[in-house]
Design a protein around this ligand. Structure first.
Ligand SMILES: NC(=O)c1ccc[n+]([C@@H]2O[C@H](COP(=O)([O-])OP(=O)(O)OC[C@H]3O[C@@H](n4cnc5c(N)ncnc54)[C@H](OP(=O)(O)O)[C@@H]3O)[C@@H](O)[C@H]2O)c1
Length: 316
């Protein structure tokens, strides 16, 4: 099988195409023929060595894909050989084939082509877990979504709309701000305008730095910030005394928690697939790249004009 490996921390030149032996699935695993793989900001940070607790080279990146089950372990009852699935994993999906846990697979939604299906699971699981399970956002509450037409943001906007939340979107370019209302944003602002945007009950923070500082300044009493990422490259110290004086909470989420609790993952996925099936949730795809162009796909994440998620298209 062909795969892209990070051979050392650094720039896109540290990604190399390799031929690896095809492994057999373990008892509760399946062998996936990968048709398309999502490219996330976390993949870029892992390659750069900037991802806290990330893998050490050499490793094959890639945490989500759409593909076909080509073999299954003896203990797998929920999936058939030949079935089209979407999958999440802690890595290994920038490849023509990958072994993944059967519990981390779900049916490939009929409505979606390979690129959109591959772009769905990480962003949708993250957004729904954060808004519904961690922040326990209630209909009518105001939620701030930064980088609102990026991969996570564009999915979170649609999911927040499905949950009956009032979404305040932030995006850095005019073209991106024009798109946000079509994805369910009630109002849209530049990230420079945190002080004039309506104050939030809930914040889904994927950016950190200035954005997180502004969110903490503006958060309403009883408000919750869920930290999922740090695209700005800057973190912000959290003062517990400020939290208690203003009755506010800060939470964190990592997808790993769902891989370790597949029952939760399944429940969230049932809801996500229902919204996709009803046309209420449509993954936004940026550009499609060949597997060997994984470096360019990752670098495209730094382009602030980008809308949606880049994908690697492996089987046309
Ligand atoms: N915890 C988890 O399990 C989990 C799961 C999924 C994603 N994440 C994290 O969530 C974040 C978003 O990931 P994503 O793949 O969906 O990426 P993305 O949001 O599509 O791309 C990053 C966006 O961040 C904004 N940004 C702000 N400051 C930036 C800077 N200095 N450089 C580049 N971009 C900057 C940009 O939007 P504007 O130009 O509009 O500001 C950019 O489009 C990442 O930090 C990722 O690691 C975490």
């Amino acid at each position: 099988m062909k795969a892209i490996q990070v051979v050392g921390f650094g720039g896109p030149e540290r990604l190399e195409g390799v031929d690896l032996d095809l492994s057999s699935p373990g008892e509760f695993e399946v062998l996936l023929e990968v048709h398309a793989a999502g490219v996330g900001f976390g993949d870029l940070l892992q390659r750069e060595g900037a991802y806290v607790g990330g893998p050490r080279p050499p490793f094959v990146p890639g945490c989500e894909a759409a593909g076909i089950v080509r073999a299954r372990g003896r203990g797998v009852r929920s999936l058939e050989v030949g079935q089209r699935v979407i999958a999440v994993a802690s890595g290994g999906l920038y490849a023509t084939h990958a072994v993944v846990a059967a519990e981390a697979c779900a049916p490939w939604p009929l409505r979606l082509g390979a690129n959109a299906a591959a772009a769905l699971p990480v962003s949708a699981l993250t957004a729904l877990a954060c808004l519904q399970r961690l922040a326990r956002a209630q209909p009518g509450e105001t939620v701030w979504i930064p980088a609102a037409v990026g991969s996570l943001g564009s999915t979170a906007l649609q999911i927040a709309h499905c949950l009956g939340l009032r979404t305040i979107a932030f995006a850095s370019t005019l073209a991106k701000r024009k798109l946000a209302p079509e994805l369910g944003a009630a109002a849209v602002f530049s990230p420079d305008a945190l002080d004039v945007a309506p104050a939030p009950d809930v914040v889904l923070d994927s950016v950190g730095g200035e954005f997180l500082r502004g969110a903490l300044r503006r958060l309403r009493p009883w408000g919750r910030v869920v930290c999922v990422g740090c695209s700005s490259g800057r973190t912000e110290p959290i003062d517990p005394l400020q939290l208690l004086h203003h009755t506010r909470g800060v939470l964190g989420f990592h997808l790993r928690a769902l891989l370790e609790h597949p029952g939760e993952l399944r429940q969230l996925m049932v809801q996500i697939l229902d919204w996709v099936g009803r046309g209420l949730l449509v993954p936004q795809v940026a550009e499609e790249y060949a597997l060997e162009d994984a470096g360019a796909a990752q670098e495209s994440l730094l382009d602030r004009a980008r809308i949606g998620k880049p994908v690697l298209r492996i089987v046309p």
